[in-house]
Design a protein around this ligand. Structure first.
Ligand code: AN0
Ligand code: CP
Length: 318
């Protein structure tokens, strides 16, 4: 594997899942595969889970790992070509990327949507520049349009907990005070559309995601109706995608918060969220603390998804 930015990079999904469970059951089986190989993780945005789980995944494979926080100690990077750099950016990303590539064997990049220019975001410009100019295998640690390590971990978690062959999985929008990217719901939809699940998306009108990821999945605007008979409730906030409201907050309606009363409509569903989560905006204390909440094992599976992806990249280097 040379790049990992979406579900298609995994090839056969069932095979990838089988490999992930092998990794989960025996994480140290390949502890010399990454000997004298260096993993560089580049963060343009904050992180708790991605930073720790991906670093741990690299260490399980015997790699050396380095982390660079672009906004804390690195030079401020210019990302547009043709700019006269007489402002506050010190270095151009087109030099910085190949320099970073020269110190490592595999690169992970986190660069969220900026909501300044929809075209720039939709092209996943920063991630693409790393792929094009680093000379090294690159995987997304959440780009401008996707978070495939999260969605792979989500699928592993659903596989781990499902009680029927084809569970009903509901992705529900929930309120949040800040404008958040669409990356997590995009990738979740992308993966669920490939998986053997009955997938339903519910959100208020105006929050329609990019059809590239929804791919004709059922969208139900009545959240309560969507919850009926669900086996998994996956909550997430995102900002509007459609023009002319790209990156805007259209609603903070707490009637969409996932609570005990709504969970009672489901088939005793498990509750999932990628974290970090704002309690009593996205989900009530009662629901996230309930025995049906699997947010902690879901986060733990981030190590598994990262290790599976990095392992494949190391194998391709041989
Ligand atoms: C980010 C997002 O919604 O994309 C990261 C989630 C993994 N969340 C926040 O910025 C709160
Ligand atoms: N779920 C997730 O990616 O968390 P972090 O933003 O803390 O890495």
């Amino acid at each position: 594997m040379r790049t990992y930015t979406n579900v298609k990079d995994l090839g056969n999904l069932q095979q990838a899942l089988n490999e992930a469970f092998e990794v989960k059951n025996n994480p140290y089986k390949w502890d010399t595969l990454g000997k004298n190989k260096t993993l560089l993780m580049v963060f343009f945005n904050s992180s708790l889970r991605t930073r720790l789980s991906t670093q741990k995944a690299g260490m399980n494979l015997g790699m050396n790992t380095m982390v660079l926080d672009i906004n804390q100690g690195a030079w401020k990077l210019e990302t547009e070509r043709g700019v006269i750099m007489d402002g506050d950016t010190t270095e151009h990303i087109l030099e910085a990327i190949p320099v970073m590539g020269s110190y490592c064997d595999i690169i992970g990049v986190r660069s969220f949507a900026r909501f300044e220019n929809k075209e720039f975001d939709c092209q996943d410009t920063i991630l693409k520049q790393f792929i094009q100019y680093s000379g090294k295998p690159v995987f997304s640690m959440e780009g401008a349009i996707g978070h495939p390590l999260q969605a792979f971990a989500d699928l592993i978690t659903i596989e781990q907990y499902k009680k029927t062959d084809r569970p009903k999985v509901v992705l529900t929008w929930a309120p949040h005070p800040k404008a958040l990217p669409q990356a997590v719901p995009n990738s979740f939809a992308d993966f669920m559309n490939e998986a053997n699940v009955d997938f339903v998306i519910t959100h208020p009108k105006g929050y329609e995601l990019d059809e590239k990821f929804v791919r004709g999945a059922r969208v139900e605007y009545d959240q309560r109706k969507a919850f009926e008979g669900a086996d998994f409730i996956y909550a997430k906030n995102w900002s509007a995608f459609q023009d002319p409201h790209y990156g805007q907050i259209l609603s903070k309606d707490r009637d969409w918060t996932v609570d005990t009363e709504k969970m009672a409509l489901t088939n005793n569903a498990y509750f999932m969220h990628c974290l970090p989560v704002r309690r009593n905006m996205i989900v009530t204390d009662d629901v996230i603390e309930s025995p049906q909440s699997i947010v902690i094992p879901q986060a733990a599976n981030r190590e598994v998804s990262a290790q599976t992806v990095i392992k494949r990249m190391l194998e391709a280097l041989k």
